[in-house]
Design a protein around this ligand. Structure first.
Ligand code: SIN
Length: 329
């Protein structure tokens, strides 16, 4: 029987980090190559898998850029189209993992698994968590029936739709909130399913996916938080800093409001949002609550609510604006 092929795409992060000599606990992320990481996960070849690796980027994920998302999307499409590839693993920093994973799932909605692996401790720490997370991610990527974009950390398998980093230092830094994890990877390597793999309701067409891969300029969508004392000054500053200077920042096309509670917005900020809408800026409302998404928009604002946390709502709105550019009145 031919071996299953799993492709590992490296992007950096703490999983590829190296400690700084003489500085307890300090390290630089994104130092080791994806090939170096694989040397620490020897169980893989024993599992009868053929593992291929490719370095797509090498960044601390706080510095993630849309150009890297596009490269990752392009390389993911390339590998997923090969019949002998069972799934992909993406090594990634934890800080913006949920954004990259959501972006890939939203755009690609893959029928094969694309599994993000990460770590909270650098690769050379005596108790590094990266090797186990990487091994677990490869196990999930090679599992029959697995599909969609997933993230594996501390023995938990999350859907890209639900995963959020909720803790800055704990090894189990991620949560899937009310939805709960999809599966658990036991110490033995056995995977226990708890619910079904994620699906995308309305996947993009091949033509639209290609437009996202090739887009040279992305619509500017910013996040503004509604909070005690919020007003329209931040929004006005954004509008004036991005208004029609040919060589300056691209114009503001959308705003995601990290709204209070169930989608409520301070009345002064809401007035400014209505004004921005009259200038053609799209407004989306997301809840700033850590759990329980699904904000209802304020009744007067012609904003629409997104059943996503603000950073993911921003991605959905950017993609929508990109794909509807030129087709709106
Ligand atoms: C990063 O996000 O690249 C650094 C932090 C981490 O991976 O935990």
């Amino acid at each position: 029987m031919p071996q299953k092929k799993i492709v590992i795409l490296g992007t950096g992060g703490t999983i590829a980090g190296v400690s700084l000599p003489g500085k307890s606990g300090a390290y630089d992320a994104a130092k080791l190559s994806v090939d170096d990481l694989l040397k620490h996960s020897p169980a893989l070849t024993a599992a009868g898998l053929s593992v291929v690796s490719e370095q797509v980027a090498q960044v601390d994920s706080k510095d993630m850029e849309v150009a890297i998302w596009q490269r990752l999307l392009g390389r993911s499409m390339h590998w997923l189209a090969q019949d002998d590839v069972a799934g992909l693993v993406v090594t990634h920093g934890t800080d913006t993992l949920e954004e990259t994973a959501y972006f890939l799932h939203h755009v690609l909605a893959p029928r094969k698994p694309v599994v993000f692996a990460c770590a909270m401790r650098p690769a050379d720490a005596h108790d590094a968590d990266g090797p186990k997370n990487l091994t677990d991610a490869i196990r999930v990527a090679s599992m029959a029936g697995a599909r969609g974009v997933l993230a594996v950390c501390a023995g938990q398998v999350h859907s890209a739709l639900d995963v959020q980093k909720i803790h800055p230092t704990r090894l189990d830094a991620f949560s899937s909130g009310d939805a709960g994890v999809l599966a658990r990877v036991e110490q033995s390597g056995q995977i226990f399913m708890l619910r079904d793999w994620p699906l995308q309701d309305a996947p993009l067409s091949q033509r639209d996916i290609q437009r996202v891969v090739e887009a040279r300029v992305w619509p500017r969508v910013e996040i503004i938080t509604s909070h005690a004392g919020a007003d329209g000054v931040m929004l006005q500053a954004l509008l004036s800093a991005t208004s029609s200077k040919a060589s300056g920042p691209s114009p503001l096309q959308g705003v995601v409001v990290a709204a209070t509670g169930n989608g409520t917005v301070h009345h002064r900020l809401e007035a400014a949002l209505l004004q921005a809408q009259s200038l053609g800026v799209r407004v989306a409302i997301a809840s700033r609550c850590a759990l329980g998404q699904g904000a209802t928009p304020p009744k007067d604002a012609k904003a629409y609510a997104l059943d996503l946390p603000p950073v993911k709502a921003r991605i959905a709105l950017m993609v929508e604006l990109m794909l509807t550019a030129g087709s709106r009145p």
